[in-house]
Write a protein that binds this ligand. Sequence first.
Ligand code: 13P
Length: 251
Amino acid sequence: MNYLIAANWKMNGSKEFIESYLSAINIEDNPDVKMLICPPDCYLNDINSNAPTIISRGAQNLSTSSEGAYTGEVSSEMLIDHSVEYVIVGHSERREYHNETNDLVAIKFKRSIEANIKPILCVGESLEQRQRGETFDHIRDQIESVIKKDMINKSDRYVIAYEPIWAIGTGETATPDMANEVHVFINQTLYDNGLTQDNNVIIIYGGSVNSNNASDLFKMSHINGALIGGASLDAYEFTKIYNVAEEINNE
Ligand code: 13P
Protein backbone atom coordinates (compact mmCIF):
# COMPACT_ATOMS: atom_id res chain seq x y z
CA MET A 1 0.00 0.00 0.00
CA ASN A 2 1.27 3.49 -0.89
CA TYR A 3 -1.73 5.58 0.19
CA LEU A 4 -4.41 5.20 2.84
CA ILE A 5 -7.46 7.43 2.39
CA ALA A 6 -9.42 7.21 5.62
CA ALA A 7 -12.79 8.64 6.60
CA ASN A 8 -13.30 9.48 10.26
CA TRP A 9 -17.02 10.12 10.42
CA LYS A 10 -16.77 11.04 14.13
CA MET A 11 -20.30 11.11 15.64
CA ASN A 12 -22.11 11.50 12.33
CA GLY A 13 -24.26 9.24 10.17
CA SER A 14 -27.54 7.36 10.14
CA LYS A 15 -28.90 4.29 8.36
CA GLU A 16 -30.35 6.51 5.67
CA PHE A 17 -27.09 8.44 5.27
CA ILE A 18 -25.09 5.23 4.88
CA GLU A 19 -27.37 3.89 2.18
CA SER A 20 -27.07 6.96 -0.02
CA TYR A 21 -23.37 7.44 0.82
CA LEU A 22 -22.38 3.94 -0.24
CA SER A 23 -24.43 4.04 -3.41
CA ALA A 24 -22.42 7.12 -4.44
CA ILE A 25 -19.02 5.47 -3.96
CA ASN A 26 -17.68 3.74 -7.02
CA ILE A 27 -14.05 2.64 -6.84
CA GLU A 28 -12.01 -0.23 -8.25
CA ASP A 29 -9.80 -2.44 -6.15
CA ASN A 30 -6.32 -0.90 -5.96
CA PRO A 31 -3.72 -2.54 -3.69
CA ASP A 32 -1.65 0.68 -3.75
CA VAL A 33 -4.46 3.02 -2.64
CA LYS A 34 -6.70 1.81 0.15
CA MET A 35 -10.02 3.36 1.17
CA LEU A 36 -11.05 3.09 4.82
CA ILE A 37 -14.28 4.13 6.53
CA CYS A 38 -14.49 4.55 10.32
CA PRO A 39 -18.17 5.02 11.20
CA PRO A 40 -19.59 5.09 14.73
CA ASP A 41 -19.48 1.45 15.98
CA CYS A 42 -23.26 1.08 15.92
CA TYR A 43 -23.18 1.41 12.12
CA LEU A 44 -20.45 -1.15 11.43
CA ASN A 45 -23.10 -3.74 10.56
CA ASP A 46 -24.68 -1.38 8.04
CA ILE A 47 -21.28 -0.83 6.43
CA ASN A 48 -20.62 -4.58 6.47
CA SER A 49 -23.93 -5.34 4.77
CA ASN A 50 -23.70 -2.65 2.12
CA ALA A 51 -20.09 -1.69 1.37
CA PRO A 52 -17.89 -3.65 -1.03
CA THR A 53 -15.08 -5.52 0.74
CA ILE A 54 -12.44 -3.43 -1.04
CA ILE A 55 -13.36 -0.67 1.43
CA SER A 56 -11.68 -1.39 4.77
CA ARG A 57 -13.65 -1.03 7.97
CA GLY A 58 -12.36 0.90 10.96
CA ALA A 59 -13.40 1.98 14.45
CA GLN A 60 -12.78 5.29 16.19
CA ASN A 61 -11.88 3.90 19.61
CA LEU A 62 -11.52 0.68 21.63
CA SER A 63 -11.59 -0.30 25.27
CA THR A 64 -8.48 -1.06 27.30
CA SER A 65 -10.27 -4.20 28.57
CA SER A 66 -11.46 -7.29 26.76
CA GLU A 67 -14.78 -7.87 28.58
CA GLY A 68 -16.61 -7.23 31.80
CA ALA A 69 -18.36 -4.48 33.73
CA TYR A 70 -17.27 -1.49 31.64
CA THR A 71 -20.49 0.28 30.68
CA GLY A 72 -20.42 1.89 27.27
CA GLU A 73 -17.12 0.33 26.17
CA VAL A 74 -16.39 -1.81 23.10
CA SER A 75 -13.50 -4.30 23.07
CA SER A 76 -11.05 -5.22 20.35
CA GLU A 77 -12.62 -8.70 20.18
CA MET A 78 -16.03 -7.12 19.48
CA LEU A 79 -14.49 -4.98 16.75
CA ILE A 80 -12.90 -8.06 15.18
CA ASP A 81 -16.37 -9.64 15.18
CA HIS A 82 -17.42 -6.72 12.97
CA SER A 83 -14.56 -7.13 10.46
CA VAL A 84 -12.71 -4.10 11.75
CA GLU A 85 -9.20 -3.86 10.29
CA TYR A 86 -8.09 -0.48 11.69
CA VAL A 87 -8.82 1.49 14.84
CA ILE A 88 -8.07 5.16 15.53
CA VAL A 89 -6.29 5.63 18.86
CA GLY A 90 -5.38 8.84 20.61
CA HIS A 91 -7.42 11.21 18.47
CA SER A 92 -7.06 14.72 19.87
CA GLU A 93 -10.82 14.89 20.50
CA ARG A 94 -10.55 11.83 22.77
CA ARG A 95 -7.46 13.24 24.45
CA GLU A 96 -9.28 16.52 25.07
CA TYR A 97 -12.90 15.49 25.85
CA HIS A 98 -12.23 12.08 27.41
CA ASN A 99 -8.98 12.88 29.19
CA GLU A 100 -7.01 10.23 27.31
CA THR A 101 -3.37 10.40 28.33
CA ASN A 102 -0.37 8.96 26.53
CA ASP A 103 -0.38 6.09 29.07
CA LEU A 104 -3.98 5.20 28.27
CA VAL A 105 -3.40 5.56 24.53
CA ALA A 106 -0.40 3.22 24.90
CA ILE A 107 -2.63 0.50 26.41
CA LYS A 108 -5.17 0.91 23.60
CA PHE A 109 -2.41 0.79 21.00
CA LYS A 110 -1.07 -2.44 22.53
CA ARG A 111 -4.51 -4.08 22.74
CA SER A 112 -5.13 -3.28 19.15
CA ILE A 113 -1.79 -4.72 17.98
CA GLU A 114 -2.46 -7.87 20.06
CA ALA A 115 -5.91 -8.25 18.49
CA ASN A 116 -4.44 -7.88 15.01
CA ILE A 117 -6.29 -4.64 14.36
CA LYS A 118 -4.00 -1.97 12.94
CA PRO A 119 -3.96 1.07 15.22
CA ILE A 120 -3.89 4.51 13.62
CA LEU A 121 -2.04 6.52 16.25
CA CYS A 122 -2.97 10.21 16.11
CA VAL A 123 -0.33 12.72 17.12
CA GLY A 124 -0.23 16.48 16.78
CA GLU A 125 0.48 19.75 18.49
CA SER A 126 -1.80 22.58 19.61
CA LEU A 127 -1.39 26.08 18.22
CA GLU A 128 0.26 27.21 21.45
CA GLN A 129 2.76 24.37 21.30
CA ARG A 130 3.62 25.25 17.70
CA GLN A 131 4.04 28.91 18.58
CA ARG A 132 6.32 28.00 21.49
CA GLY A 133 8.45 25.84 19.19
CA GLU A 134 7.50 22.62 20.98
CA THR A 135 6.00 20.71 18.04
CA PHE A 136 8.78 18.16 17.61
CA ASP A 137 9.30 17.50 21.33
CA HIS A 138 5.58 16.97 21.81
CA ILE A 139 5.27 14.57 18.89
CA ARG A 140 8.38 12.63 19.89
CA ASP A 141 6.88 12.21 23.35
CA GLN A 142 3.52 11.06 21.94
CA ILE A 143 5.27 8.42 19.84
CA GLU A 144 7.89 7.22 22.32
CA SER A 145 5.44 6.89 25.20
CA VAL A 146 2.91 4.91 23.17
CA ILE A 147 4.72 2.62 20.74
CA LYS A 148 7.02 0.14 22.42
CA LYS A 149 9.57 -1.87 20.51
CA ASP A 150 8.43 -5.22 21.90
CA MET A 151 4.91 -4.68 20.51
CA ILE A 152 5.97 -4.36 16.95
CA ASN A 153 7.82 -6.66 14.64
CA LYS A 154 6.57 -5.30 11.38
CA SER A 155 5.90 -1.69 10.58
CA ASP A 156 2.93 -2.52 8.37
CA ARG A 157 1.02 -3.33 11.56
CA TYR A 158 0.32 0.27 12.47
CA VAL A 159 -0.25 3.71 10.94
CA ILE A 160 0.55 7.18 12.26
CA ALA A 161 -1.76 10.13 11.61
CA TYR A 162 -0.26 13.57 12.02
CA GLU A 163 -3.15 15.84 12.92
CA PRO A 164 -2.15 19.33 14.07
CA ILE A 165 -4.97 20.27 16.45
CA TRP A 166 -5.19 23.78 15.04
CA ALA A 167 -6.01 22.38 11.59
CA ILE A 168 -8.84 20.04 12.63
CA GLY A 169 -12.24 21.27 11.51
CA THR A 170 -10.96 24.81 11.11
CA GLY A 171 -10.50 25.02 7.34
CA GLU A 172 -6.88 25.86 8.03
CA THR A 173 -4.56 23.15 6.65
CA ALA A 174 -0.88 22.85 7.38
CA THR A 175 1.01 23.77 4.22
CA PRO A 176 2.37 20.71 2.40
CA ASP A 177 5.93 21.67 3.43
CA MET A 178 4.94 22.17 7.04
CA ALA A 179 3.15 18.81 7.18
CA ASN A 180 5.91 16.96 5.33
CA GLU A 181 8.54 18.34 7.70
CA VAL A 182 6.68 16.74 10.61
CA HIS A 183 6.15 13.49 8.67
CA VAL A 184 9.89 13.29 8.01
CA PHE A 185 10.48 13.87 11.72
CA ILE A 186 7.99 11.12 12.66
CA ASN A 187 9.68 8.72 10.26
CA GLN A 188 13.09 9.53 11.77
CA THR A 189 11.73 9.13 15.32
CA LEU A 190 10.34 5.69 14.48
CA TYR A 191 13.64 4.72 12.92
CA ASP A 192 15.74 6.03 15.84
CA ASN A 193 13.60 4.00 18.24
CA GLY A 194 13.87 0.81 16.22
CA LEU A 195 10.15 0.94 15.44
CA THR A 196 10.69 0.56 11.72
CA GLN A 197 13.51 -1.15 9.91
CA ASP A 198 12.32 -0.47 6.44
CA ASN A 199 10.94 3.09 6.55
CA ASN A 200 7.68 1.50 5.58
CA VAL A 201 5.26 2.99 8.09
CA ILE A 202 2.29 4.70 6.52
CA ILE A 203 2.10 8.28 7.84
CA ILE A 204 -1.11 10.09 6.92
CA TYR A 205 -2.08 13.72 7.42
CA GLY A 206 -5.31 15.00 8.97
CA GLY A 207 -6.73 18.49 9.35
CA SER A 208 -9.11 20.17 6.89
CA VAL A 209 -8.14 17.93 3.96
CA ASN A 210 -10.39 18.34 0.92
CA SER A 211 -10.26 17.64 -2.81
CA ASN A 212 -8.61 21.02 -3.49
CA ASN A 213 -5.65 20.69 -1.15
CA ALA A 214 -5.19 16.88 -1.32
CA SER A 215 -3.02 16.86 -4.42
CA ASP A 216 -0.29 19.16 -3.05
CA LEU A 217 -0.24 17.18 0.21
CA PHE A 218 -0.10 13.73 -1.41
CA LYS A 219 2.75 14.77 -3.70
CA MET A 220 5.03 15.28 -0.71
CA SER A 221 7.70 12.65 -0.08
CA HIS A 222 6.44 11.40 3.31
CA ILE A 223 2.67 11.97 3.13
CA ASN A 224 0.95 8.64 2.49
CA GLY A 225 -2.67 9.70 2.51
CA ALA A 226 -5.13 11.38 4.82
CA LEU A 227 -7.43 10.98 7.80
CA ILE A 228 -10.43 13.05 6.81
CA GLY A 229 -13.24 14.36 9.00
CA GLY A 230 -15.66 16.91 7.54
CA ALA A 231 -14.92 16.28 3.85
CA SER A 232 -15.36 12.51 4.30
CA LEU A 233 -19.06 13.00 5.05
CA ASP A 234 -19.69 13.82 1.41
CA ALA A 235 -19.28 10.62 -0.63
CA TYR A 236 -18.43 12.51 -3.83
CA GLU A 237 -15.85 14.70 -2.14
CA PHE A 238 -14.32 11.71 -0.34
CA THR A 239 -14.13 9.75 -3.62
CA LYS A 240 -12.51 12.76 -5.31
CA ILE A 241 -9.79 12.78 -2.64
CA TYR A 242 -9.32 9.04 -3.17
CA ASN A 243 -9.04 9.62 -6.93
CA VAL A 244 -6.39 12.30 -6.36
CA ALA A 245 -4.28 9.74 -4.50
CA GLU A 246 -4.75 7.24 -7.32
CA GLU A 247 -3.64 9.80 -9.92
CA ILE A 248 -0.51 10.68 -7.95
CA ASN A 249 0.22 7.01 -7.38
CA ASN A 250 0.09 6.44 -11.14
CA GLU A 251 2.43 9.33 -11.98
P1 13P B 1 -11.35 17.59 9.53
O1 13P B 1 -11.01 16.91 8.24
O2 13P B 1 -12.81 17.87 9.68
O3 13P B 1 -10.47 18.76 9.80
O4 13P B 1 -11.03 16.51 10.70
C1 13P B 1 -9.79 15.91 10.74
C2 13P B 1 -9.84 14.83 11.74
O5 13P B 1 -9.92 15.08 12.92
C3 13P B 1 -9.78 13.45 11.24
O6 13P B 1 -9.56 12.54 12.28
